[in-house]
Design a protein around this ligand. Structure first.
Ligand SMILES: [Zn+2]
Length: 330
């Protein structure tokens, strides 16, 4: 409560504008889904539409929103003015078309969605969504994960929090094969009818399909790649898998949509030197991480450009946007 009031007072007296002037740099922002009253815990990748509109109003008023293509041009020609903001959205949620795109089209604002092609093709949920739905969206008392030979309690609020934390670590740090197996195990704790009920109740986390992605392009959206599956590109993954995920997803997007896929965003922001090599080999113009460094054409690697995750709370967003990427981080 006190922190909230302090943030309000800070903004009221223009602290965020002072920070912004002292910290001029272009910014690539990322969100995931935008929806009408998403559940803040179970559908946590999604921001409430009203909050997003307030954030957008603020960005539109105080920054210059440009397309990712314009950003590439200014970056490579070293012509950035330090006021640019690029709007990007990760994973490819259906609400990017149904809720987000109409808001942006009305304002004629360009945006980019980084899609995970296998989820688009097969209508499968993302691993972190499966975990939240099974832990927080069910009335089970425990979850059994045979692959790990472990049982996790989810009877109380605290159980759920602990279990979510432990399993989320597995999802973020394991190989793709193990992540897929854990997801299967999580779902196997339910009958198919129970699982259908859960996923229909929390439909905010549904991905787009290819027809919807095509429609999204007609709204002025650029489509980038976020791998074939939502693989975290860390050093535990097999090299061949990383290569396939990065190179193949570009080909799939281009074949399905008839456009050139020029941009790539690392799921979870993880990358290795090898993965960067595949981003270049695939022919992407730019790749994006989630590092909070500054945009600097003379210093940045083209395949790991920094991006800022947009905080959900509007006041925090206003301060974070002026603060990050901070000068001291280079
Ligand atoms: Zn992602």
């Amino acid at each position: 409560m006190i922190i909230r009031l302090l943030k309000k007072a800070f903004i009221k007296f223009g602290g965020n504008f002072i920070l912004r002037e002292r910290n001029r740099t272009s910014r690539i922002l990322f969100w995931h889904g935008v929806d009408i009253n998403p559940d803040p815990i179970i559908e946590a990748e999604n921001i409430n539409k009203n909050d997003f509109v307030k954030q957008l109003n603020y960005v539109q008023k105080h920054y210059e929103i440009i397309s990712i293509d314009d950003f590439y041009k200014r970056f490579t020609e070293n012509k950035l003015n330090g006021k640019e903001v690029v709007l990007t959205f990760d994973d490819g949620y259906r609400n990017n078309l149904t809720v987000l795109a109409p808001i942006l089209r009305k304002r004629k604002l360009p945006f980019t969605v980084f899609i995970t092609t296998s989820n688009i093709s097969n209508n499968t949920l993302f691993p972190t969504s499966i975990l939240r739905l099974t832990v927080y969206g069910s009335s089970l008392k425990k979850l059994f994960i045979p692959t790990l030979n472990l049982e996790f309690a989810i009877a109380t609020k605290d159980d759920k929090k602990q279990t979510h934390k432990k399993l989320n670590k597995y999802l973020k740090e394991s190989t793709l094969d193990l992540v897929e197996q854990i997801c299967k195990d999580l779902i196997a704790n339910f009958s198919s009818k129970e699982w259908d009920n859960i996923i229909s109740k929390y439909s905010v986390v549904n991905p787009l399909n290819w027809d919807e992605v095509r429609e999204l392009i007609s709204f002025g959206c650029t489509i980038g790649s976020h791998c074939v599956k939502h693989i975290c590109c860390h050093s535990n993954q097999k090299e061949e898998e990383l290569k396939y995920q990065i190179i193949e997803s570009k080909k799939i997007i281009e074949n399905k949509l008839g456009v050139t896929c020029n941009y790539f965003a690392y799921p979870n922001g993880d990358y290795t030197d090898r993965a960067n090599k595949y981003v270049k080999e695939a022919g992407y113009l730019m790749g994006f991480s989630t590092e909070k460094n500054r945009i600097d054409p003379t210093n940045n690697e083209l395949c790991t450009l920094p991006r800022i995750g947009a905080p959900e709370k509007v006041d925090t967003f206003k301060i974070a946007l002026s603060l990050y990427p901070n000068k001291t981080t280079i």
